[in-house]
Write a protein that binds this ligand. Structure first.
Ligand code: 5GP
Length: 170
């Protein structure tokens, strides 16, 4: 396992993203985190956010237990509250092909929020299959399977405070 992004670098970038989100939503923001991978990012981001913020969660499954995208997105848990007329930011762990985020943006946009933006800690631009807008990107990385800071391999490694590359995930 190789450390790609250190805990210090992540914490600094998360504070910058929180400041950017606050600048764009000075009246407050509704953060929607995508379970499970985004729970650590959300937790640090929310605590770094000046001003008002509320929080909700969605859960989707796109990868099963392995590391190969199936391309099929399934909604496992919907929001607890409506988002009509609200300023919403989707909080995602990583954008890979972009299929999961496209699905989420489409279903949330259909619920008529006042604004809808997206923050992703990581992006793998070389893997994109669909063109999807990400307003706040933590780090762009090359095409490697990564774990840590909320991201798992078969439910392991989510608790690592850094991002590491797993070189031979099955
Ligand atoms: P996409 O639909 O963009 O292909 O995939 C998005 C989802 O796939 C992410 O939310 C994440 O759950 C998973 N994913 C994509 N790349 C990685 C990776 O390198 N490591 C881990 N652990 N999950 C990934």
């Amino acid at each position: 396992m190789n450390i790609l992004i250190s805990e210090q670098d992540i914490q600094k970038r998360v504070r910058d993203i929180a400041a950017d989100i606050h600048r764009d939503h000075p009246e407050g923001v509704h953060l929607i985190a995508v379970l499970k991978g985004a729970f650590v990012f959300l937790s640090d981001l929310a605590r770094a956010m000046p001003g008002h913020c509320s929080i909700d969660f969605m859960a989707v499954s796109s990868y099963g237990k392995g590391s190969i995208s199936s391309g099929q997105v399934q909604l496992l848990k919907d929001l607890d509250t409506g988002i009509e007329g609200r300023d919403v930011v989707i909080i995602e762990d990583i954008v890979d092909t972009g299929l999961t985020l496209t699905y989420l943006q489409d279903i949330l946009r259909a619920r008529s929020p006042r604004s809808l933006r997206t923050a992703c800690l990581l992006s793998k631009p070389s893997r994109r299959l669909v063109d999807v807008t990400v307003d706040y990107v933590g780090f762009s990385i090359e095409d490697r399977f990564v774990v840590g800071y909320g991201l798992d391999y078969a439910e392991q490694h989510r608790n690592l405070p850094f991002i590491a590359a797993l070189d031979n995930p099955k």
